[in-house]
Every structure is written in C-alpha cells, then in structure tokens.
Design a protein around this ligand. Structure first.
Ligand SMILES: NC(=O)c1ccc[n+]([C@@H]2O[C@H](COP(=O)([O-])OP(=O)(O)OC[C@H]3O[C@@H](n4cnc5c(N)ncnc54)[C@H](OP(=O)(O)O)[C@@H]3O)[C@@H](O)[C@H]2O)c1
Length: 248
C-alpha cells in the first residue's frame, strides 16, 4: 500500500534517473516523475514493478505548465508527499557555453541559465506551498553546485552558472525561513552532487581525476542516505555528496 509519495522533478537528469531506479524498489512509496520528455525515460521499460510509478510530461517549465502538473499530481493518490527532488539545471546546450571570460557573457545565455537553474526550482516550491504548509513532514532537495558558493569561489569563470546557483541558494535559504514559520517539519537541502558523469559534465571531465568523477548510482545512494539522516531543523542546509556542509 502506498503510504507516502516522492516527486522527482527534471526526471530526465541522469542523476535523477539513478535516484528513481533506487527509489522504485520501495513499494510503499509512490514515485511521480516529472520531465519534459518522459518518453525518453528507460526506467519504465526495465523489468521492475512500476505500478506505483506515475509520470507527468510538462511542455516546459513556465508557471502555467507547473500549475497543470501540480493539478495532475492531486489526481493520482492522496498519500502525503514526503520527499521532493528538484534536479533541473543547465551548464551548456546548443547555444550556451559557460563563460571563461567576461567578454563571453551574453544577455540571452545569462537569462536562460538563470531561468532554468534558479527560477524553475523556486516556481515548483511556490506551487507546492499548499503541500508544504500543511502539517505533513517533507524533505526537499534542490540540486545546486559548489560553484554557487560565494565564499568558495577561487577559480572564477562560469559567470552565469555560478550566479544562477548562488541565486538559487539565496532563494532556498529565504524560502526555508518563511516555510519554517508555517510548518516546522519541512527540510530544505541545496545539494552538490560532486562532478558526476552526466551530459552536463561531459565536456569538462578531462581534468577530473578518475576517483573524483562519480557515477550517478553512487551519487544517488549518497543522497538517499543524506536525506534520511537530515533532521527537521527549520533551516536550509547546503551539503555535498559526503553530507558535509559547504559554506554559502
Ligand atoms: N553532473 C555534475 O557534475 C553536476 C555537478 C554539480 C551540480 N550538478 C547539478 O545537478 C543537477 C542535475 O544535473 P545532471 O548532471 O544530472 O544533468 P543532466 O543529465 O544534463 O540533466 C539536466 C536537467 O536539467 C533539466 N533541464 C534541461 N534544460 C532545462 C531548461 N531549459 N529548463 C529547466 N530545466 C532544464 C532537465 O529536465 P528534463 O527532465 O525536463 O529534461 C534535467 O533535469 C543540475 O542542477 C546540475 O546543475 C551536476
């Protein structure tokens, strides 16, 4: 019987897929996978029991699409949502490359990176507020990155990506303060997975030592342990893959 639900948003992220594959084993937890392209999702084609898994395809990550997805979630199951993983984030795509020099900064790419990495997760949290301000406990993990730490910035570069994750961190801290006044049983974690072998890091793996390039399976299992061990302390945490705090 389903007694709780987990949402994975941006479910086509390679780390998200590894997370889903580990979570699918629990038959008491309903899994809701949300992505722009659920069809590309091979998890459901594996030899697994997927009767407790639902998928939602969003057209994009605009407010209206998010609102429709939330309405759809409400139709599935009335078990409380106890875990939310928001995995969205871009570093590069066909039109964007992380900037090495300030001359490479453009309005278009900055706006796109900010929207995907900082605004999208917050729009989900905004729309999920009725869930979060009830009585039920919930842990929310949002994928950040160590490069979003202002105090840790020694190498420079990657203006838009760094700024987007720093902005995300600030908004998560702010949301945690507000939400704590309404529900003491919400935990927000800004998570740094470490350099993980996914399409996002692919072009930048050359100088990463083999023991510092993680598999998605490893990161997913670290994250699940970190989440279980975290407490409802009414504050946002900024944690790496070892569960160690990062200075904001
Ligand atoms: N891999 C690393 O080394 C590393 C290091 C530090 C932090 N991170 C962070 O970890 C998270 C997961 O990354 P990953 O490595 O698993 O990357 P990935 O496999 O490339 O996944 C990309 C993610 O970004 C979403 N996305 C793509 N374009 C988007 C857009 N225009 N608007 C909103 N969302 C968009 C995708 O959502 P759909 O499901 O809709 O496609 C998917 O969730 C990201 O936040 C990333 O910044 C990764």
């Amino acid at each position: 019987m389903i007694t709780q639900q987990t949402l994975i948003i941006g479910a086509n992220s390679d780390i998200a897929k590894a997370l889903a594959l580990q979570l699918i084993e629990s038959e008491t937890t309903g899994l809701i996978l949300i992505s722009r392209d659920v069809n590309a999702y091979d998890l459901l084609n594996r030899d697994k029991n997927t009767s407790h898994v639902n998928t939602i395809t969003v057209k994009d990550y605009q407010s209206q699409s998010i609102e429709q997805a939330i309405e759809e979630i409400a139709t599935y199951n009335h078990a409380p949502i106890t875990r939310i993983y928001i995995c969205n984030g871009i570093l590069h795509n066909q039109s964007i490359q992380p900037e090495k020099r300030i001359e490479e900064l453009t309005v278009e790419s900055f706006n796109q990176v900010m929207a995907s990495n900082a605004l999208t997760p917050m729009l989900w949290i905004q729309q999920l507020m009725p869930t979060l301000t009830g009585n039920s406990p919930c842990k929310i993990v949002v994928f950040s990155a160590r490069v979003g730490s202002i105090s840790d910035n020694r190498l420079g570069g990657w203006y838009s990506y760094r700024a987007s994750k720093a902005a995300l961190n600030m908004m998560l801290k702010t949301a945690a303060i507000e939400i704590a006044r309404r529900n003491k049983n919400i935990k927000i974690i800004a998570f740094h997975p470490g350099t993980t072998d996914t399409p996002l890091s692919k072009p930048f793996q050359k100088n990463v030592p083999a023991n510092k390039l993680f598999t998605c399976d490893f990161v997913a299992s670290q994250l699940l342990t970190i989440v279980e061990n975290s407490s409802y302390d009414q504050t946002a945490s900024y944690l790496d893959w070892q569960g160690k705090s990062i200075n904001w």
